[in-house]
Design a binder for this molecule. Structure first.
Ligand code: BGC
Length: 885
């Protein structure tokens, strides 16, 4: 039965508390008979207190369709449903109704922040606080809403029960500019005419806790922790009343908590029933009232999903250690925390230690640097006690329980996986289990690092929104999960700080913790490339409209830095960060000239901004930026490329950027492509690139006609390579190619994480080139299916839940025949380009199969061996194999 499904607003997971007053609607069509399309749609909006309206639109569009009718007013609720009229004359059933409800207009905020602590104590993880307020919901209330945010991180309770499942709310944004709040539906939680109690757990979090490396900074955003709760009741006639809240506060049993440090919970200090009616709070204090006007931030509805527990893992191995600890292996490196259940005498202390890896026989905690990541629980002695820390997060696969109570079963300990609750949208599979595990590792590194904003790593004293990391990873992120909402929120921080501080920083939200504040290429270019990528993958032109000022400001700033010459050869650069040739202690010492990278990125970003202005119909600006791009391209060629096509530096990264960023002419391209193969062979098909070259090299090889060489790199298992960590048992992508050395010791560099997604950006090549599924028009309205088989793979597939619906490309090789099955969603079309070079075939929505002759998998070339002529044994082998005499 054909149906319209998955109705949603903007890039949000739900419709409650939307910021946009005319939110766009999207849905997908499923089960359509072959050749049948949507020709029209009908949107029904039932607005509270208003007549229901129905609006018809024409065409096949199902993504980001304009809001019909007048904008929603502050707090206004509507029930929206959609149905589609199909080209076969039938009409789908209505989608289930979606509640679309506006958040508050700025002037509707009336409650102040209430603060249990306005002066932070000494540096160090600090205690959390409890706040409680009676909530008397009048009998006339037909709808009750709470609007909640905090300086700090909070968890809510109503009448003794946890409210909602958001973790670490309201997350981290650039708090001096923007603070996100949540709209919470209390209708099913409170009973009109009865008294309830609202309870809040509140801790420092990002607002006041330690942030950043080199010792970090405390109290970055303020010296208070505070919560803002506004509860409103709606009368049947539409009038709204704010319900009075009289707050009381007391210390929480969480006696110390920090995102990096871990949490200490003394259960002896719990006050049973504290968030229930009838609890005696006469000894509690009255918190300080902080008028909202004191703060500079705008209150904003979140454009993306909250952080949540998305999965619960059980240990795959439990080991009693000679020192009495119990070691748990969860089989997967995650971002999260433990949940323990045990009984122990009052005052018994349990400590939970976390680490990503083992080194020798011990937990490898050195990479955590100063993020100690130890949680402590002091038992109340009340029987079986269940606990999970509330306000901390760790990156770990292993944990050790110190003081695990006798008789308790350690295999019941759970790891709660915590990150932004994004929908999975992308999959890849092939006939190579190592490649598949690598892909899985990338998916995990994305999950573990999308904790409200895109971070570098989840374990050490950083977890920052490094721009370079997400700049290279954005295409992969957009494929694997519906990450648009998370990234749009982060881009707002980037834009706000760029406006205020005059440049794009190397991470956002920015902290003055000793890292150079100057603009750097590939990092600052996130301002252009992330919004561009989101546009390309979602088809949402509004993303470009909203961010073009930030995109252009970056390009103009760099243009000024080049003195208008286009050559960016000055100032601070991170270059091809983490080139394996760089010494462990100097990760920026790449073999590739950092100014070559900078100038290449300048050309690329300027070209993208020119294209953006074209799309936004601003030809004068488009011409202006195209001229900047031309200057940068010309400067790149005259400075770094010989007329024949040699590139200076003569490195894989330099050649790859020149090829992928369209910086060469046709003749030079061929020479550069050939040289690239030589360089890759010279490096024995091992990785010789850092953050900049790694995402590009396979594309550069495929583009210049050497996909087999790309496969040799992809499938390499010797270090450094993508698969080396997989052979070492990695379950996430490592920061360094050799975060763990072949002998099992941890890289001596002081920056060694086992969970960084940046080097996993190559999965975008797996999706587009190996799997053969690439967007040919924004939002996958047109899909290019052009798989390039090789590497001995007998099958591969890529699947993506695009804005239009599921897109699939799956091929298998049987002898010398390649069978390709592609699926195009309704409203889209596809071009199939088979690897035999035959004429492309246009396909419409539905599934189609294609076949052509190909090289059998068994005949795929193996990587040519690079002989070490100076090694006598290798020399002998060369003679035996007839390649030397
Ligand atoms: C981070 C990186 C980041 C880099 C730039 C590191 O400490 O973890 O991923 O991009 O610094 O300097």
């Amino acid at each position: 039965m054909p149906g319209a499904v998955d109705l949603r607003v903007e890039h949000r997971p739900d419709g409650l508390g939307v910021g946009d007053r005319s939110p766009r609607l999207s849905w997908r069509l499923e089960g359509l008979p072959h050749g049948v399309e949507q020709v029209a749609h009908e949107i029904e909006v039932a607005r509270d207190g208003d007549e229901t309206s129905r609006t018809t639109g024409h065409g096949s569009g199902t993504s980001l369709v304009d809001w019909p009718g007048a904008p929603l007013r502050s707090r206004e609720r509507s029930h929206v449903r959609v149905r589609s009229t199909l080209s076969d004359g039938t009409t789908t059933p209505w989608t289930p109704p979606l509640v679309v409800e506006a958040g508050l207009d700025p002037q509707d905020w009336a409650e102040p922040f209430v603060s249990p602590s306005t002066e932070a104590s000494a540096d160090g993880p600090r205690p959390a606080h409890l706040l409680r307020a009676r909530l008397d919901v009048p009998a006339w209330a037909v709808r009750v809403r709470a609007y909640v945010t905090a300086h700090g991180v909070h968890e809510l309770e109503v009448d003794g029960e946890r409210l909602g499942d958001d973790e670490l709310a309201p997350g981290w944004s650039s708090f001096e500019h923007r603070l996100r709040y949540r709209t919470i539906d209390l209708d099913d939680v409170v009973r009109p005419g009865t008294g309830s109690v609202l309870g809040v757990w509140l801790a420092d979090g990002w607002y006041r806790g330690r942030l950043g490396f080199n010792g970090g900074l405390w109290d970055v955003y303020g010296r208070d922790v505070a919560v803002l709760v506004q509860v409103e009741a709606h009368r049947a006639d539409g009038r709204v009343e704010r319900l009075p809240l009289e707050w009381r506060t007391a210390p929480a049993p969480v006696v110390a908590t920090g995102l990096y440090e871990g949490e200490t919970h003394d259960a002896r200090l719990e006050q049973p029933g504290w968030s229930l009616p009838g609890f005696d709070d006469s000894a509690w204090e009255v918190p300080t009232t902080l008028p909202r006007e004191l703060f500079t931030h705008a209150l904003e509805e979140p454009p993306g999903p909250p952080v949540r527990v998305t999965e619960v893992l059980r240990p795959v191995a439990v080991e009693r250690r000679p020192d009495g600890r119990v070691r748990l292996d969860f089989g997967q490196n995650v971002s999260g925390r433990l949940r323990v259940s045990a009984a122990a005498p009052r005052g018994h202390v349990l400590r939970l230690h976390h680490a990503e890896v083992l080194e020798g026989d011990a937990l490898g905690v050195r990479p955590l640097r100063s993020a100690t990541s130890v949680d402590t629980y002091v038992f109340a002695g009340t029987g079986e006690e269940t606990w999970t820390p509330r306000f901390t997060l760790h990156g770990f696969r292993y944990a050790e329980l110190e003081g695990w109570p006798d008789g308790a079963d350690p295999s019941t300990v759970e790891a709660l996986v915590v990150h932004s609750a994004m929908t999975r949208t992308g999959w890849f599979a092939s006939s190579d289990p190592l490649l598949d595990r690598f892909h899985e590792n990338v998916v995990w590194s994305m999950r573990d690092n999308f904790v409200d904003l895109p971070t570098d790593c989840p374990q050490r004293d950083e977890r920052l929104g490094w721009t370079g990391d997400i700049q290279v990873f954005a295409p992969a992120a957009a494929f694997l999960h519906d990450s648009t909402g998370v990234l749009l929120s982060w881009l707002r921080d980037l834009g706000a700080e760029q406006r205020a501080q005059g440049t794009v920083r190397n991470f956002h939200p920015w902290l003055e913790c000793g890292f150079p504040a100057e603009p750097a290429a590939a990092w600052g270019d996130a301002a252009v490339i992330v919004p561009w990528t989101l546009y390309e993958r979602t088809g949402d032109l509004r993303i470009l409209r909203d961010h073009v000022a930030s995109m252009a400001a970056w390009v103009d700033q760099v243009d000024a830095l080049t003195g208008g010459t286009g050559l960016w050869d000055s100032g601070f650069q991170l270059g091809d960060w983490l080139d394996p040739a760089a010494p462990p202690t100097r990760p920026g010492d790449s073999a590739t000239d950092a100014h070559l990278v900078a100038t290449a990125y300048h050309a690329r970003s300027a070209a993208l901004v020119a294209r953006t202005y074209e799309l936004l119909d601003e030809p004068a600006q488009a011409d202006r930026c195209a001229a900047i791009a031309d200057r940068a391209r010309a400067a790149f060629r005259s400075t770094f490329v010989s007329p024949a096509g040699r590139v200076v530096s003569d490195t894989v990264t330099a050649l790859s950027v020149a090829i992928c960023f369209d910086l060469l002419d046709e003749r030079q391209l061929a020479v550069a492509g050939a040289r690239l193969v030589e360089k890759v062979v010279e490096s024995d098909h091992r990785i010789s690139t850092g953050f900049v070259g790694t995402p590009l090299v396979c594309d550069a090889l495929a583009r210049t006609g050497s996909p087999d060489t790309a496969y040799h790199l992809l499938l390499q298992t010797a270090c450094p390579s993508w698969l080396y960590p997989v052979t070492m048992g990695a379950t996430t992508v490592w920061e360094r190619w050799d975060s763990m050395l072949p002998d099992g010791t941890i890289n001596p560099g002081e920056m060694t994480s086992f969970n960084h997604y940046a080097l996993g950006a190559v999965v975008d090549h797996l999706h587009r080139v190996v799997g053969g599924l690439a967007p040919a028009a924004p939002g996958y309205r047109h899909v290019l299916f052009a798989p390039v088989p090789g590497g001995g793979l007998t099958h591969a597939s890529a699947e993506h839940l695009s804005p239009q619906g599921m897109v699939r490309s799956a091929w298998r090789r049987e002898g010398d025949v390649l069978h390709l099955t592609v699926e195009v969603p309704p409203g889209a079309r596809g071009t199939v380009r088979l690897p035999d070079g035959s004429a492309p075939v246009e396909v419409g929505p539905g599934t189609s199969t294609h076949a052509c002759r190909v090289r059998p998998a068994v005949d795929d070339p193996v990587a040519p061996r690079r002989w070490n002529v100076h090694d006598p044994q290798e020399r002998q082998q060369m003679i035996r194999e007839g390649v030397a005499s």
